[in-house]
Design a protein around this ligand. Structure first.
Ligand SMILES: Cc1ncc(COP(=O)(O)O)c(C=O)c1O
Length: 398
């Protein structure tokens, strides 16, 4: 953490607001953005929109030096963003026929949007929706599987994304893209989730931290060699505009890979609490949310309304919101963060009264935006802006 705990300041700034509401701390956000640029060492950062889900923030980042393009998560989102943002890569394949038809019907959108492919079936689906002769050229990016085949008993580490693992496999699809009318090969992406998305300084998990710390450089070295070979091979087929890799947890190692031309990142900006536990960086908490105490079942227990804003991924305590203020409150193990109410117990609960507020942090960064219509932007000790989330603009993409 680079700043003093902001909760009291947030409380003072938002005294007039009724929970539940979320804040975005401008100073912390700016510190996190500057730190991302430092870590990227001059390589452009493609903004991972899923980790923000606030259009005005994405637009503001793109206007700054050091940030270039969006890594969106669905094609409908990309179509919407492309009205105001340029260079939008959809980071995951799409099978949304209506959205493909909309893309094929719009020259401006087709010029700004790049679709992710890792299978001929995805090209066939696009052709089935809009035949090549009837549409503008569709830009595509090939995805390389960036997982690591670790020695036994560990086995495969990473996420199940692309079936394309070898340079030969990627090149074969590149040749198919180039051979087929109506497509242009724009880029290559490989997301090393086992490096970028796995925390390695989790309190109380020494053995696991050591294992993850052992794994990351080895996986990074394997991927750097395979990615370089893949880029060299695909470059004989087409000129790649970009080679994308990484995420918030791997910015410096991905940027150090000579075959990568840009790094994707988003989570480190809002800094959900999952991102407190990385050895390589310490983002300042830039987002949080306040809930109201609505009853006191015991003197040392205060129950807040709401709370169950659980993050995606393997269910576990690291996916649950963290209660940060007042200090010394804990969730009740048999209830944890509830759909409608969350009892919090501990000495600190004794001084909480009905109508007081409690501050929490979401585990992930962009998912908080799915629970609120807007962020109250806090600068210093006042609210200086209210900005809508995707949800506040009536958009729910996933
Ligand atoms: C393709 C891709 N790149 C990058 C990221 C990393 O984004 P963040 O910086 O938000 O962790 C993700 C996250 O899942 C991703 O799917």
């Amino acid at each position: 953490m680079t700043t003093a705990a902001p909760w009291k300041r947030w409380s003072a700034a938002t005294a007039e607001l009724d929970p539940p509401f979320a804040v975005l701390d401008r100073g912390a956000f700016e510190a996190n953005a500057a730190d991302l640029l430092r870590r990227a060492g001059g390589l452009p950062i493609r903004v991972a929109s899923k980790s923000l889900r606030v259009r005005s923030i994405i637009e503001a980042l793109l206007a700054r030096p050091g940030f270039r393009g969006v890594l969106a998560y669905t094609l409908p989102e990309a179509l919407w963003l492309s009205e105001t943002c340029s260079d939008v890569v959809v980071g995951y394949p799409t099978a949304d026929r209506g959205a493909i038809a909309a893309l094929a019907a719009s020259e401006p959108a087709a010029a700004e949007i790049t679709l992710m492919v890792d299978d001929v079936a995805q090209l066939d689906l696009i052709d089935a929706v809009a035949a090549p002769a009837t549409r503008p050229t569709i830009r595509v990016c090939l995805e390389l599987d960036a997982s690591w085949q670790a020695p036994p008993p560990l086995g495969r580490l990473g996420v199940w994304r692309s079936p394309l693992r070898t340079p030969e496999q990627v090149r074969a699809l590149a040749e198919e893209v180039v051979r087929r009318p109506g497509f242009a090969l724009a880029g290559l992406m490989g997301y090393e989730a086992q490096i970028a998305g796995v925390a390695d300084r989790v309190p109380g998990r020494r053995a696991m931290n050591a294992l993850v710390g052992w794994m990351k450089p080895r996986s990074g070295a394997e991927l750097a060699a395979r990615r370089a070979e893949t880029v060299a091979s695909v470059s004989q087929v087409a000129d790649l505009e970009f080679v994308n890799g990484g995420g918030s947890g791997s910015v410096e190692s991905t940027a150090g890979d000579g075959s990568v031309t840009e790094v994707a990142a988003g989570s480190a900006l809002f800094a959900g609490h999952y991102f407190d536990s990385y050895a390589s960086f310490s983002p300042a908490p830039a987002t949080g949310f306040a809930l109201s105490v609505v009853r006191k079942p015991r003197p040392d227990c205060a129950t807040v309304l709401g709370g169950g804003w659980i993050a995606s991924g393997p269910p576990g305590l690291d996916r649950v919101p963290r209660v940060v203020f007042p200090e010394g409150l804990r969730m009740v193990p048999r209830e944890m963060a509830g759909e409608v109410q969350t009892p919090l117990e501990g000495q600190a609960a004794r001084s909480l009264r009905v109508g007081d507020r409690v501050w929490l942090r979401h585990a992930k960064s962009g998912e908080l935006s799915e629970h609120v219509d807007e962020f109250a932007v806090v600068d210093g000790s006042s609210v200086v802006d209210r900005i809508p989330t995707y949800r506040g603009e009536g958009k729910a993409f996933l």
